[in-house]
Design a protein around this ligand. Structure first.
Ligand SMILES: NC(=O)c1ccc[n+]([C@@H]2O[C@H](COP(=O)([O-])OP(=O)(O)OC[C@H]3O[C@@H](n4cnc5c(N)ncnc54)[C@H](OP(=O)(O)O)[C@@H]3O)[C@@H](O)[C@H]2O)c1
Length: 262
């Protein structure tokens, strides 16, 4: 059933505007992205678990609230189905839902580990599996995945979180080859720290001096830019690409620098 989601009957006619499904739309980066896309004339389908915040954003943007718990294995299929029923198609998927946890890996609560794997990694993979066939059929579509600098260079005490983001990065990298010349593009946005409720929710504040947190609006601007350009891998701020390149070229040197300078 899940694989057939893009062919399900529609309860309403297809939207005349481009349609974006944004996960994590009830907060932070997803919320800022939804507002920006709506301002640019997109029909926005808003995913999260907090119905009140989704309804409030829907009222502000003219979008549709589609509450769904993406930590449940069948959550992504229900969300894809609801999105297609609401708008007839999805032109852009912005996968921003995510959560973190900080502390020694051996102490990671197993329910939080499961949720990070489901929401950060499995849900985007499942959603893309469900929405990509329709995009390929129309030879048109964008998939924007929210990775993290943590998934590029690794971060002490964030092993589980970094693993989900590293997995997402390799998914984007591999899919890129498949999608060349199809009219569908995959984009990976790689923020450093962003000033959102993410840190409060994970239970430990962001305490480093550098990099300084950027605003959710700044990341949203990059997300929207990736939809309209061919740039498929963008760090926010851009200079974070430098440590990522050093790590890629010489991981030993990077580790020594990271241990020394934090
Ligand atoms: N903030 C940072 O420093 C930072 C840095 C790099 C990458 N990122 C990544 O950027 C993305 C957005 O993060 P953010 O900073 O905007 O965080 P945020 O403000 O905490 O927002 C997280 C969003 O994910 C949704 N979500 C969490 N669990 C969910 C579930 N089980 N089912 C459905 N939705 C769920 C939340 O929805 P509800 O509240 O409605 O449950 C919320 O809308 C995440 O993937 C994060 O890993 C963040």
């Amino acid at each position: 059933m899940a694989e057939e989601a893009h062919r399900r009957p529609r309860s309403e006619g297809p939207s005349e505007r481009p349609v974006a499904l944004i996960t994590g739309a009830s907060s932070g980066i997803g919320r800022a992205t939804a507002a920006r896309l709506a301002g640019a004339g997109w029909e926005v389908l808003l995913s999260g678990t907090d119905r009140t915040r989704l309804d409030e954003l829907a009222a502000r943007t003219g979008g549709r609230a589609l509450p769904e718990d993406l930590s449940k294995p069948d959550g992504p299929a229900r969300l894809a189905e609801a999105a297609l029923a609401a708008a007839g198609r999805v032109d852009a998927l912005v996968a921003s839902a995510g959560l973190g946890w900080r502390g020694p890996y051996a102490d990671t609560p197993s329910d939080i580990l499961d949720r990070m794997i489901e929401v950060n990694l499995a849900a985007p993979l499942r959603l893309v599996r469900l929405l990509l066939p329709g995009m390929l059929e129309r030879r048109h579509g964008r998939i924007v995945l929210l990775g993290s600098i943590a998934g590029q260079v690794g971060v002490r005490d964030e092993s589980g979180y970094a693993a989900t983001k590293g997995g997402l990065a390799m998914f984007a990298e591999s899919l890129w080859y498949e999608l060349r010349g199809t009219g569908v593009g995959v984009r990976l946005v790689l923020p450093g720290p962003v000033d959102t409720p993410f840190f409060d929710r994970r239970g430990t504040p962001y305490q480093r001096e550098r990099p300084r947190p950027v605003s959710a609006e700044r990341v949203a601007e990059t997300v929207v830019a990736t939809i309209h350009t061919e740039r498929d891998r963008l760090f926010v701020p851009q200079w974070l690409g430098v440590p990522a390149r050093i790590h890629g070229a010489a991981p030993g040197v990077f580790r020594r620098m990271a241990s020394r300078f934090g």
